[in-house]
Design a protein around this ligand. Structure first.
Ligand code: AKB
Length: 316
């Protein structure tokens, strides 16, 4: 029987994935965990408090629940990482190594770990960035993701750990807010539009970045995790692509629904991070090897985001 542990289940991606996997595999098959006691997020579910740096607690949880798959999502993202680089390195690197080591020792069947477009750096080709290319990241987050990819490949090749990974672009969803990322402006902007507030953008108006609607990201993750082992030829992390846009373009797509919406530009240190990343991603390998194809473009995503965020909140 599949039994899944989600590490970082109360973060932006964790909430969406837990929701989706519980619907797919059944409530009891998915154990959400988080460093904070947020069991109120999962009222009808078993919940574990887990700091991924605590490997004895990780081992206990794996054994107690007879876990067969791990989704390790806990990380410090790009912008927050620059404020405390040593802690970001510790959490992102030691956390992954704990998971890989326990996966090897406890013979966990399958592991998912997200990488990011942040593995690329200023010298990477900006347009249609290929799977294999120059990757000299200059943020601690990017360095930790690139090193993490190498560790994933190592544990796969040396110990046969079935680890699977995607290089996510900026993720945009309505169920939860992100924290500490450079692409997060593209989530906040929708909340400000709904609240009829002026949005202050921390990037310049023409800064194009690769992005993806959350439904596509979740579907890509589940498709990768469910595909046959023989389809997976990339054991570091797969490029995947959804759409690319600038702050000015997302602003205009929202203006189509909220004509009075206003935006100001106040670029800060996150502009430098954004400029070091690609504008668009070539995901040929993911398409050819396990059939990846995105569904959402910017107009479709804007419509979905505004529709869902403006729905009245109903009690469970
Ligand atoms: C961030 O902005 O740090 C993340 C990412 C691109 O991995 N959303």
């Amino acid at each position: 029987m599949t039994k899944i542990l989600i590490i970082g289940a109360c973060g932006q991606l964790g909430i969406e994935l837990t929701h989706n996997l519980k619907a797919r595999y059944g409530d009891d098959a998915v154990i959400p965990s988080d460093i904070a006691d947020k069991r109120n997020v999962y009222v009808d579910s078993v919940f574990e408090i887990l700091d991924v740096l605590d490997n004895s607690n990780l081992k206990r949880i794996l054994n107690y629940h007879q876990i067969s798959q791990i989704y390790h999502l806990a990380a410090v993202l790009s912008a927050r990482g620059e404020n405390d680089p040593l802690f970001a390195w510790k959490l992102n690197m030691d956390g992954l190594l704990n998971v890989l080591e326990e996966a090897r020792a406890e013979k966990i069947k399958r592991v998912y770990w997200p990488s990011s477009i942040a593995v690329f750096g200023p010298s990477t080709p900006k347009k249609m960035t290929p799977q294999e290319t120059i990757a000299n990241p200059n943020t601690v987050y990017g360095i930790s993701k690139l090193a993490g990819e190498r560790w994933c490949q190592y544990y796969h090749d040396k110990y046969d750990v079935d680890i699977r990974s995607l290089r996510y672009p900026g993720l945009i969803g309505w169920r939860s807010k992100p924290g500490g990322g450079t692409t997060d402006y593209a989530v906040d902007i929708y909340h400000k539009a709904i609240g009829e507030e002026t949005f202050e953008c921390f990037l310049k108006k023409d800064t194009i970045l690769p992005m993806m609607y959350m439904d596509d990201a979740i579907r890509a993750t589940v498709e990768l995790m469910e595909t046959d082992d023989k389809n997976i030829q990339v054991r570091s992390s797969y490029n995947i692509s959804g759409m690319s846009f600038s702050p000015e373009q997302i602003y205009h797509s929202i203006k189509g629904f909220y004509p009075h919406f206003e935006m100001l530009y106040k670029p800060d240190y996150r502009q430098i991070i954004a400029k070091s990343w690609p504008e668009s991603i070539d995901d040929t390998e993911a398409r050819e090897q396990w059939g990846w194809a995105p569904k959402y473009d910017l107009p479709m995503m804007t419509e979905e985001m505004l529709k869902n965020l403006s729905r009245p909140v109903t009690a469970n």
